[in-house]
Write a protein that binds this ligand. Structure first.
Ligand code: NAD
Length: 313
């Protein structure tokens, strides 16, 4: 890796949650190698979110410093609001500022209905959604005050449909609404907020409950293509001051980098005078679903202008 290029992070302070293993570890190592001072946060629990271990955070922070970078470990859990505030306090205490928040920490508790119960939902939302919410909110006053910040959230293509991990897909879907809406609020403050949907082989992907990913049978080339460090350059790009992208979702992994967008079909317009019968909906199903001429709304206002364009005529 060329660490002397245009995209350096000297003077910047980055918080990376869940940075003791998997993708977060790769993000933290890259940001550290490119000159950022990194707060390596990781509670060190199981992939289901049980227990704690200082080892992973300490190890990654040690790796960054051994390579000549600057990093501190932080073992607070982002599953509790006070942990998120304590994490941001670590950045301020150790490095005096915070510029970048990479919300990456995650757990996976495979279950669908009816097994996926309230505890499954709460534990999942606590880490993925509330952890992202509270960590970003704890950093927000400092980002807004300095008129600069880069926030990255971690969503998942599981949102396209993941029957056996319902709470996870739900949390990752919620993060898309969070990312896009916060991006709008962030823009006037010089803050940019974007989501990454990674694709890599890590601890959760090796779950027995995900039989379509057969890591043991995968070829070495495939394993290498699904390495976590193939996701991190996208995270680092979104974390850089030269990147002005805001409110977008980027898919990264296996050597592919792509935009994921939310589109709406032009649909079917019923007669202005009257309420259509149910049969009319059924009869125009193809038109309602036809993706030809779809649009990608930038905001609620943009969607509204397009969806109700006929009322303006
Ligand atoms: P991983 O289990 O290897 O790493 C996640 C790390 O987060 C672990 O080290 C864990 O200890 C830490 N963590 C969990 N709960 C925490 C908490 N409350 N506070 C602090 N740290 C906590 O998994 P990964 O695959 O590297 O996942 C990283 C992120 O990427 C997750 O948000 C995951 O949902 C997302 N993701 C991964 C993939 C993939 O292909 N691997 C796909 C889509 C999304």
């Amino acid at each position: 890796m060329d660490a002397s290029g245009d995209f350096r992070f000297d003077g910047r302070v980055a918080i990376v949650t869940g940075a003791g293993r998997g993708l977060g570890r790769s993000h933290a190592l890259l940001l550290g190698a490119l000159g950022a001072k990194v707060v390596v946060n990781d509670v060190g629990g199981t992939k289901e979110g049980e227990g704690s271990d200082d080892g992973p955070a300490n190890e990654v922070a040690g790796q960054i410093t051994a390579a000549g970078g600057t990093a501190v470990p932080d073992t607070n859990s982002v599953a509790a609001e006070e942990g998120c505030h304590a994490l941001v306090a670590t950045a301020l205490r150790e490095f005096g500022r915070v510029d970048i928040v990479v919300n990456n920490a995650g757990i996976s508790r495979f279950a669908s209905f009816p097994e996926a119960d309230a505890e499954n939902l709460d534990k999942t939302l606590d880490v993925h959604l509330r952890g992202t919410w509270h960590t970003t909110r704890a950093a927000w006053p400092y980002l807004a005050e300095q008129g600069y910040g880069r926030v990255i959230t971690t969503t998942s293509t599981g949102m396209f449909g993941l029957a056996d991990n319902l709470a996870y897909a739900t949390a990752k879907g919620a993060l898309i609404g969070f990312t896009r809406s916060l991006a709008m609020a962030a823009a006037p403050h010089g803050i940019r907020v974007n989501a990454v949907a990674p694709n890599a082989v890590t601890r959760p992907s090796t779950s027995a409950a995900k039989p379509n990913i057969t890591t043991t049978a995968q070829s070495e080339a495939r394993q290498r293509a699904l390495a976590t460090d193939l996701v991190s350059p996208m995270v680092a790009y979104l974390a850089h001051e030269r990147c002005d992208v805001n409110g977008e979702i980027l898919v990264a992994g296996a050597h592919r980098f792509a935009r994921w967008f939310l589109g709406v079909t032009p649909g079917y317009l019923s007669a202005a005078d009257g309420v259509p019968a149910v049969e009319e909906i059924a009869g125009h199903w193809d038109e309602i679903n036809d993706p030809g001429g779809y649009y990608v709304p930038e905001s609620l206002r943009d969607w509204s202008a397009k969806f109700m364009a006929h009322l303006a005529r």
